[in-house]
Design a binder for this molecule. Structure first.
Ligand SMILES: [Zn+2]
Length: 411
């Protein structure tokens, strides 16, 4: 039988196309995500997780039974099956660049795609390691197949080593995280976990306890239509009004002008004609109150532009997307503390970080499962330059195994 390692699990998973599709209304959004779901459930069964299964919505659930008499809180390791709609995930040809020495990594199927040390500063920590990339025409899918491989291999380690004591551990693999629907059909009752960890972060040693808070906004502009030959003094074109509003938005509140803890207003889609135009925005900040402020900015800009167009009008609709998980995690400090300790025991200096985005964990945290994000070694997500190192994935495996015993020790 093939001796599985985190590396060959990963190399197997990336060859299965699991791209999600925001235009689909189904769950999972693409049926092909179940192809990998079946492989994952089979591997978990093979390792000895007897209840491992794929459900009709493309979620994989499994349980590692407790091997201690102590009452240990149930923890869950979580990763997502899908890859980003931004870049093809079809026919991925992974390449292992063994013993990386800082050279340019030229990807053979498109020599214009070159992964350079100076453009990917984290590569300087990979000297001597084995770096995996795609071949130039697709993404790699390290986001989040590195997490899947690390979790499955951590399960194997825990099952192979009954001397490592731990409580009940739950496994959850979700579809459609990349299109913001990763936990829509997650069955929290069935999962029955107390605390969770997504394994979907970047550099080795990092743990993230904070995400953006996120709202969507839809601005609908109603213009005045007229026959263009006889429109003088009558027509108020909704698309021209929309253009003007976009120009007037404060530049310093845009994604391209913000970093670190700053938030932004970002128009993501515009459609329309003379009579009606719609602008969809995403609004992001680490503080909920700032989101309200940004909605006011959009409203005020629209009002001021509309002053020139007395017959046109607009409506603005705000809807919640997700909230900063720190609001929940601050009430359960041990989840972070044990994560930091596990990283330390796995031989790294733990670093606490915030994410300028969301994770499945930001929503899970508000569904009753406080859930920070631990590194999986993924880098340059969602593009052809994506890479991961075998050694970082192995460190993620080690971190999870330590985490399981730390929860037991402290119970
Ligand atoms: Zn991810």
């Amino acid at each position: 039988m093939l001796q599985y390692t985190v590396q060959n699990r990963f190399l197997k998973y990336v060859t299965v196309d699991t791209q999600s599709d925001p235009a689909s209304k189904a769950t999972p959004s693409t049926e092909k995500q179940k192809d990998l779901g079946r492989i994952l459930a089979d591997e978990l069964l093979e390792i000895g997780l007897e209840d491992a299964h794929l459900d009709e919505y493309g979620y994989v659930y499994a349980t590692i039974p407790a091997n201690t008499d102590k009452a240990v809180p149930v923890i869950c390791f979580c990763a997502h099956i899908d890859t980003s709609p931004d870049c093809s995930g079809k026919n991925v040809q992974p390449i292992v660049h063994a013993n990386y020495q800082g050279r340019d990594l030229v990807l053979p199927d498109d020599p214009e795609v070159v992964i350079r040390l100076d453009e990917h500063p984290d590569l300087k920590y990979q000297i001597g390691n084995d770096v995996i990339t795609a071949s130039g025409t697709t993404l790699l899918g390290a986001d989040n197949k590195a997490g899947l491989a690390a979790i499955v291999d951590a399960c194997r380690q825990l099952m192979d080593h009954p001397e490592i004591k731990h409580g009940t551990i739950k496994i959850l693999f979700t579809p459609d995280e990349e299109i913001g629907r990763g936990v829509d059909k997650a069955d929290m009752q069935k999962l029955a976990a107390d605390f969770g960890y997504t394994i979907d972060g970047e550099s080795a040693g990092t743990i993230e306890n904070e995400t953006f808070s996120a709202d969507g906004a839809q601005l609908k502009i109603k213009g005045i239509s007229a026959h263009p030959g006889f429109a003088k003094g009558k027509m108020e074109s909704a698309i021209k009004i929309a253009g003007k509003i976009l120009v007037e938005l404060p530049r310093k509140l845009s994604p391209e002008a913000t970093s670190a803890k700053e938030g932004f207003i970002h128009p993501v889609c515009i459609s329309g004609h003379v009579e009606e135009a719609i602008i969809d925005f995403i609004i992001r900040d680490f503080e909920d109150e700032k989101l309200e402020k940004y909605a006011t900015v959009i409203r005020e800009v629209a009002e001021s532009v509309l002053q020139e167009f007395p017959y046109a009008s607009f409506t603005l609709k705000i809807y919640e997307q997700y909230r900063n998980m720190k609001q929940v995690l601050d009430q359960h400090q041990q989840v972070i503390d044990y994560g930091m300790e596990a990283i330390k025991r796995a031989g790294m200096e733990p670093r606490l970080r915030s994410i300028r985005g969301g994770t499945d964990g930001s929503r899970l945290s508000f569904m009753g499962l406080p859930c920070p994000n631990i590194f999986a070694g993924e880098h340059a997500f969602h593009g052809k330059e994506e890479w991961v190192s075998v050694q970082d994935m192995q460190k993620a495996v080690d971190t999870m195994v330590h985490l399981a015993s730390i929860w037991e020790e402290n119970s």
